[in-house]
Structure formats: structure tokens, C-alpha cells
Design a protein around this ligand. Structure first.
Ligand code: C2O
Ligand code: CU
Ligand code: CU
Length: 493
């Protein structure tokens, strides 16, 4: 933190000195940001100094999203209805905040599918504005994916059908209308969906929803003095970052757990904030899953970082911790995110963390494939681009053959001020990280991913294929960057 600040100050100094001494004799390209006014520059400078989150006081028990019951279905067939709605939510005691939600006033229920299911979802737009229903991380044909082309107007509905063909994982859904994603998510449109399979059921992991298998959607917000969300006033083009954390929409949450292994399914559902989760006691935990499935074996960590849209499943074993101490999940800077209240009770069903959980692998062949697509992420504020361009719904940027694995290289090109992390996401598929700057990815990234954080000047190689055809989005998951056009399209044929 401290050194970063010093570097930024140094850079400001250099910029000021060079701007003064050169007296405009330098060629234009020396100052790439010459068109930006001072306000814009200041805002960007402040980006690295992200406002800290207020500590959770722990006064409210964490809200667990309801599990959505299917409308109909039998063994391998399920039907759901998901409505985008607006409503009012008592986030602060005694005050109603205007919010959006799915099948309710704020956030959404959790949906659960089994691998092999035939799923039919009736999506209904009850908002006053157009929206889409995007299934983030789901391997599905493009017409069911809910990208910006799948607009549903107010009072309209659309039925999507798909078969679940991927392995057990924690995925999520959110709107994706062109230019309006950030605002709609900010107002409350987001929910989780789980995929289970024979493997996930047989591993013996904690899996009692809301008891020892806990969904955690992390979102930071800014509330005005009337305790309302006011996106247009608070919006930051580099991503709207607030001082107030909501987990599953709960302000000042605490989680009561038994003295046992507890599985936390972490989703960074924020527009732009990155989190580095750790325990205040310095104890370690095990990461068991990435965005798209289980790791081969648990990875013991003291902290895990998630950029927007990334997920991690971790297990904290409260039976091994000294529960005389206060235990809390905290952020890198020490902000208390989620205090735990450890009850003495033991659950009837014991769970375990098996040594072997999956058979994820990267083949020799994949390692040796040449790079066939290059993606360059660049810029800041509303000047963000993907391969030098802004999103154009009429333009196809890439094509790939269905079922064929390619290697892509994604590069985060820094600017004079160093640049910033861009979380890069691809629709309709799960991919493998082959390397980060030529090196093997960390152990907890050796699993299926649909969103990856890319540091300034970092080059990441991935192996990727698409199971289905159609046009898919690839974009930065800082939602304001996505809305500003840091997004491209790939046609799978
Ligand atoms: Cu989570 Cu294109 O989105
Ligand atoms: Cu997505
Ligand atoms: Cu970005």
C-alpha cells in the first residue's frame, strides 16, 4: 500500500516536471492523456487509493438467499421462473431503500441444477427499463447466454432452455444490457446458481445450504444521506467503489457457525472493488474450488484475492481454531468483513475435505499450441479499449471453431501512470490458465476459470474452447469499463 502510494506520487512529480519543462515542445504521444482534464487525472490517481470499507459491527445475522424451488420438473428436467423486479428493501433499520432484485426486492434466490439436467427458465422483465438475464460461467449456446443482444423489454419475457453439461461449480447470474450493466447490478440484480454432479455429492464436503455451505456475495455500495443508492451521482468511470459492504445484501453481517468445517462460496459481486480475504487470526484455510469447478486437491492458503466476478470456495475448519478469540473474515487492509459467532454445537453430519477432488489437467498438446488470438486491454476511465477498439454490437472481433481448443494471450498494457488491474471474462465457457508472464499459475488457479485478474503489464496465456455456437462477449468485469466499451465479441461457428 505505502510503496504504491509513493510510486504514484513520484509519477505525479515526474509528470508535473516534464509538463513544465517541456513547454509543449515534446511530440503529442509523449503525453497520451493530453486530452484528459485535471479532474479526470485526479480521479484516476485516486483509484489506487481505494476507500476502505467500514468494519462490520456484526449486528445483523447474515441473510441467506432462499433456494429457488422449481415450478415443475422431475428427475432430469427442471423449470424455473426468474423475474427482474424493483422494490424496497430495509437494509438500514427503519428505512426503505429503493432496490432491484430477482423474485424479490433485492438480489436473487439461489438456483440449483444437476449436471445432465434439462433446464427451462422463464425470464420476465418487470422493470421499467430493458434488461437481459446473463448466466455467468455457464456453458450454454449464445442465445441462452443473455448477453447484450438478448434484450428483454419491460413487461416482456423470454424462455431459455439448455442442458447442463459442465461440472459442479458456483456460478452467478446478472443483467447485461449494453451500457447499463453497472447500474442494474449496483441496484441489486445479482444471484447465484450452483451446479452439482455425482462427484460433488460423493466428496463428503460440507453441503448443507445455509448451515455449513454458505453463499457469500460481496458488494460495496455508497448510500446517500437518505440511505438510498444513487448510481448516477456516485458512478466512477473506473468502477464505482463504496465504503459500505453488503454481504448477501446484509449490512453489518455476522455469521453464526458450528465448531466444524464450514464451506464458504465467495463471490466478488462488486462493480469494481478487489478483495483479499483472510482471517484476522492469521489462520489458514483451504481453497477447494475456482470459478468453474473443484481444484484437484485442496490448496492451503492464508489469503485469497478475488477481482470482480471471480469466485472461490474455501473451507474454514472452526473445530481447529481457538474460538476464545474473536474470529472474522477481514480484507487485506484489515477491514472487518464478516465476524463469526462460533456456537458450541456440533452438526450431526461430519464433513471432510478429501485429498483428491477433481481431475483437472492441462495437456502437453495444450501447452504446445501456438498463440492464435491476442487481446490487449488498455486504458482507464471511459477511455478503455480492447485491442484498441470500443465495443460495437455490429462488429465481430474474433471467430473460433466450435469444440476446437485455441491458446489466447491476454495482455494488460500499462499507461504512463502504471495502469490498473482488469478482471477479464469470457462468456459461454470455462478455460484454463496456462501461464502468467511465462510462469505456471499459482496452485489455486489450476482449475476452471471464467474470469481472471490481469495485472498491469502482465501477459496471461489461456487454453480455451467453446462447446456451443453463437456470438459471445469477452470483456473487463469492472462493470463501468464494460459499459464504456471494454468488450469484444467472438463468433463461434
Ligand atoms: Cu458476469 Cu459478461 O458477465
Ligand atoms: Cu459472463
Ligand atoms: Cu477494466
Amino acid at each position: 500500500m505505502g510503496t504504491k502510494l509513493k510510486i504514484i506520487l513520484l509519477l505525479i512529480g515526474i509528470l508535473v516536471i516534464s509538463a513544465c519543462s517541456n513547454d509543449n515542445t515534446q511530440p503529442e504521444e509523449e503525453m497520451d492523456h493530453s486530452t484528459m482534464d485535471q479532474d479526470t487525472m485526479d480521479e484516476h490517481m485516486s483509484h489506487d487509493e481505494v476507500v476502505s470499507l467500514n468494519d462490520s459491527t456484526g449486528e445483523n445475522e447474515l441473510n441467506i438467499p432462499p433456494m429457488l424451488e422449481p415450478d415443475a420438473g422431475d428427475d432430469n428436467q427442471v423449470e424455473y421462473t426468474v423475474r427482474a423486479q424493483k422494490g424496497k428493501t430495509e437494509i438500514f433499520d427503519g428505512t426503505e431503500t429503493a432496490t432491484y432484485g430477482y423474485n424479490g426486492s433485492f438480489l436473487g434466490p439461489t438456483l440449483r441444477f444437476k449436471k445432465g439436467d434439462q433446464v427451462k427458465i422463464t425470464t420476465i422483465n418487470e422493470l421499467d427499463e430493458a434488461t437481459t438475464f446473463h448466466w455467468h460461467g455457464l456453458e450454454v449456446s449464445a442465445d441462452a447466454d443473455g448477453g447484450p443482444h438478448e434484450v428483454i423489454k419491460p413487461e416482456e419475457e423470454k424462455v431459455i432452455e439448455f442442458e447442463v453439461t459442465q461440472e459442479a461449480s458456483t456460478l452467478w447470474f446478472h443483467p447485461h444490457p449494453e451500457g447499463k450493466t453497472a447500474e442494474q447490478v449496483y441496484n441489486g440484480l445479482a444471484g447465484l446458481f450452483y451446479i452439482e454432479d455425482d462427484n460433488s455429492k460423493s466428496l463428503g464436503l460440507p453441503n448443507e445450504y445455509g448451515k455449513n455451505d454458505i453463499p457469500l456475495i460481496f458488494q460495496d455500495r455508497i448510500f446517500d444521506d437518505k440511505k438510498q443508492l444513487n448510481f448516477s451521482a456516485d458512478m466512477n468511470e473506473d468502477g464505482t467503489i463504496g465504503d459500505t459492504l453488503l454481504i448477501n445484501g446484509t449490512l453489518n453481517p455476522r455469521l453464526t457457525v458450528n465448531k466444524e468445517k464450514v464451506r464458504l462460496r465467495l463471490l466478488n459481486g462488486s462493480n469494481a472493488r478487489n478483495y483479499t480475504f483472510k482471517l484476522n487470526t492469521g489462520d489458514s484455510f483451504d481453497q477447494i474450488a475456482t470459478d468453474g469447478g473443484f481444484l484437484n486437491e485442496p490448496v492451503t492458503l492464508k489469503e485469497v484475492t478475488l477481482t470482480p466476478a471471480e469466485r472461490a470456495e474455501i473451507i474454514i475448519d472452526f473445530s481447529q481454531l481457538n474460538t476464545d478469540e474473536e474470529i472474522a473474515l477481514i480484507n487485506e487492509d484489515g477491514a472487518v468483513l464478516l465476524p463469526f459467532e462460533v456456537s458450541d454445537q456440533k452438526n450431526g453430519v461430519a464433513s471432510s475435505i478429501p485429498e483428491e477432488m477433481n481431475n483437472f489437467s492441462i495437456t502437453e498438446e495444450e501447452m504446445n499450441l501456438p498463440v492464435t488470438k491476442k487481446i490487449e486491454l488498455f486504458g482507464m476511465m471511459d477511455q478503455v479499449t480492447l485491442n484498441g477498439k470500443k465495443f460495437d454490437p455490429e462488429r465481430i472481433d474474433f471467430t473460433q471453431e466450435q469444440g476446437v481448443t485455441e491458446v489466447w494471450e491476454i495482455y494488460n498494457k500499462p499507461d504512463e501512470m502504471g495502469g490498473m488491474i482488469h478482471p477479464f471474462h469470457i462468456h459461454g465457457t470455462q478455460f484454463k490458465i496456462l501461464s502468467r508472464d511465462g510462469k505456471e499459475p499459482p496452485e489455486n488457479e489450476r482449475g476452471w476459470k471464467d474470469t481472471i485478474s490481469i495485472q498491469p503489464d502482465e501477459r496471461v496465456k489461456i487454453a480455451i474452447q467453446f462447446k456451443y455456437k453463437g456470438v459471445y462477449m469477452l470483456h473487463c468485469h469492472i462493470l463501468e469499463h464494460e459499459d464504456s466499451g471494454m468488450m469484444g465479441q467472438i463468433m463461434v461457428e
